[in-house]
Design a protein around this ligand. Structure first.
Ligand SMILES: [Mn+2]
Length: 384
């Protein structure tokens, strides 16, 4: 693709284009180890020869991805999927080093039965909110193990996604559910040292569930208040009701100083884990506009937000779909960086609403692909 930026500079001005380029340079997208394997539907998956099966395969794919895009220097890991024994973890650290990559967020797994740590079939009734104290304690212990893994890998973030919920209204009191979770979060957060961070993810539903233990951002926010200042809410774009205004939630979290980061993906109906920006690129743009406005208002620093991809690639080649996703994210950011906030705020204060909207449209309709390409080329060159 031609990387002549004169069209953009003519329309948006050199200053705005330079600012967009600088934002693209600062953007660091973390990719998930699990996203390089072959995903499936609830009913099955159809692996083929050449799919990444082992953690070594997944790291090799992540290395290829990083070589191609300059993004994904950090790879989010998932345990026990990416290793169990101390030897596994040491091997993983060495494999990442050899690939020139780093460990990103460490994701604990509270939905896999493991006899060794007492996580057995009783997980059916929940992990951190299980009525059985033994299962709750084993589930907390798994998170503490993940904190130890973080330190071996040199990672700084523990990412918590909770599979807990109920299948029917009579199954568990909301009061017990909330109380058990408060206690567990307190115990996990206590294990973290300064500079380490806990990200808490929410999700409105799971198939077959009547309630989830952390259904929305307000519950995640309340848990962060319990966990302390080293915690933040993780916004997975697939975890809301279809009509939810996600960018407004992002603004609320930024005002509260509690936006920990994102799990980027896209959806049409529910938690579809489709390629980021493949269904609703305008939503991705509006989310970045809200973030850049928060930066302009000095509510947040760009580097304090974890930009992570969480997708399941089941039909397309995982590596290709990851490139598509990262490109869509970069395009959305570059467009948002072309928004003239001074002009927007002026129109907003004067209630010139059509004019205010046209500021957003003007930026959204920019073809920033040459800019994204130019920054990517530059990033790859500077790494050589
Ligand atoms: Mn997620």
């Amino acid at each position: 693709m031609k990387t002549d930026l004169s069209y953009l500079r003519d329309i948006y001005g050199k200053k705005a284009v330079d600012r967009a380029a600088a934002m693209l340079q600062d953007l660091e997208i973390e990719v998930p180890s699990w996203g390089f394997g072959r995903g499936g539907t609830r009913f099955g998956s159809y692996p083929e020869v050449g799919d990444a099966r082992t953690v070594e395969d997944r790291i090799e794919r992540a290395r290829q991805f990083h070589t191609r895009t300059g993004q994904g220097r950090r790879v989010a890991m998932h345990f026990p999927w990416d290793g169990e024994t101390a030897e596994d973890i040491r091997g993983l650290a060495a494999a990442l080093r050899r690939a020139g990559l780093e460990a990103g967020a460490v994701n604990s797994n509270l939905f896999t039965m493991r006899a060794g740590d007492g996580l057995d079939h009783r997980l059916r009734y929940g992990s951190l909110t299980n009525p059985d104290k033994e299962v709750r304690e084993a589930s907390v212990r798994h998170n503490l193990d993940c904190v130890r893994i973080m330190r071996i890998l040199g990672a700084k973030t523990l990412s918590l996604w909770l599979p807990d919920g109920t299948n029917s209204p009579g199954q568990m009191s909301f009061y017990d559910q909330a109380e058990r979770l408060d206690d567990a979060i307190r115990a996990i957060a206590r294990a973290l040292r300064p500079g380490e961070k806990l990200l808490i993810e929410y999700k409105i539903f799971e198939p077959g569930m009547y309630s989830t233990a952390i259904p929305d951002y307000s519950r995640a926010l309340a848990l962060c208040e319990i966990a302390g200042k080293n915690s933040g809410v993780l916004v997975d774009l697939g975890h809301h009701a279809p009509t939810t205004n996600i960018e407004q939630i992002v603004a609320f979290l930024l005002r509260a100083g509690r936006l920990g980061g994102f799990h980027f993906n896209d959806k049409k109906y529910a938690d579809d884990d489709l390629a980021s920006g493949s269904i609703d690129p305008a939503q991705l743009f509006r989310i970045f506009v809200v973030i850049l406005e928060a930066m302009a208002r000095r509510l947040v620093r760009f580097k304090d937000i974890a930009f992570m991809i969480d997708e399941s690639h089941q039909i397309k080649d995982a590596l290709e779909e990851m490139v598509e996703s990262v490109t869509n994210i970069e395009i959305a950011l570059a467009k948002a960086a072309l928004v003239d906030f001074d002009k927007l705020w002026r129109h907003q204060r004067a209630c010139e609403i059509s004019a205010a909207d046209s500021v957003l449209h003007h930026a959204f309709h920019a073809d920033v692909r040459p800019l994204v390409e130019a920054v990517r080329t530059e990033r790859l060159r500077s790494r050589q």
